[in-house]
Design a protein around this ligand. Structure first.
Ligand SMILES: [Fe+2]
Length: 267
């Protein structure tokens, strides 16, 4: 269902793994993540057939992080339609080198696993591990052309995850930092940088949020995030469900995870 805010309406598209959001203004559209590679036809159809707008009315595509269901579709979509892509400045460090190469293939395989277990039709999830960015984003900046959206760095799930906050609308696009599965707020999988995730949750706890938009869990209306982030920090101290514990090792190849562990040891 679409949500109407003062300056834009928020539209939702179900991607094969994640939910894709469009902030539709009278004169422009902001695409908040673009799902997997196979999701781009869904996005195109929605904009052209449902919104009856041209694809050139999309003025910015944002990729919150490098994973296949967030950064996977965006480069294809932007290249195909000549649109600008904004992403965290460090996004291409995640999959660099041989260990990054392995992590990239593992993450695509995990994507296929999710598609299989959710009984969705099998589709192409492959994408380049290096993403060409037009607008590298830094924490504390605003989205180019959408200055009502603040950029907030929230590492933990990856070293470069970002969320986007619209102060006027008290709206947070939480990307993959907070999920809601079966009615329960949960952390993403994996959280290889727990210390940094705790700090990220503390930052979110202080935001004035009445609407939280989740890539996995839909749109939530609430009164602040403190109780949710407190609970998520407690969840981090508990062991993972056995199924996830078994595959945790597969999510620890990125050179940035190894760097973080070295820094932690040295501290
Ligand atoms: Fe992710």
């Amino acid at each position: 269902m679409n949500q109407v805010f003062q300056d834009f309406s928020l539209h939702t598209i179900d991607g094969i793994i994640s939910t894709i959001y469009l902030a539709v203004y009278p004169d422009k559209i902001l695409l908040l993540d673009c799902g997997c590679r196979c999701d781009i036809t869904r996005v195109e159809t929605y904009i052209e057939k449902k919104l009856k707008r041209s694809l050139s009315s999309v003025k910015l595509v944002v990729a919150s992080h490098a994973h296949p269901d967030h950064g996977g579709g965006a480069p294809f979509f932007c290249r195909k339609h000549g649109l600008p892509l904004a992403a965290p400045r460090g996004i291409n460090e995640w999959y660099r080198g041989i260990m990054g190469f392995i992590q990239h293939k593992v993450d695509i395989s995990l994507g296929y696993h999710v598609v299989r277990t959710t009984r969705k039709p099998m589709s192409n999830l492959f994408y380049d591990r290096k993403i060409r960015i037009d607008h590298p984003l830094d924490s504390g900046s605003v989205l180019p052309g959408f200055e009502d959206w603040a950029v907030i760095s929230t590492p933990g799930h990856t070293h470069h995850d970002m969320v986007f906050y619209n102060k006027k609308e008290k709206l947070l696009y939480a990307a993959d930092v907070i999920l809601c599965i079966n009615g329960k707020y949960v952390l993403p999988f994996p959280v290889p940088m727990e210390r940094r995730m705790a700090q990220s949750l503390d930052i979110l706890a202080n935001l004035d949020v009445e609407t939280m938009v989740l890539a996995h869990g839909g749109v939530k209306h609430l009164n602040g995030l403190k109780s949710i982030t407190d609970d998520l920090k407690i969840q981090m101290t508990r062991s993972l469900p056995p199924k996830l514990e078994k595959i945790r090792i597969l999510a620890s190849f990125s050179p940035e995870i190894r760097k973080d562990r070295r820094q932690k040891k040295a501290a």
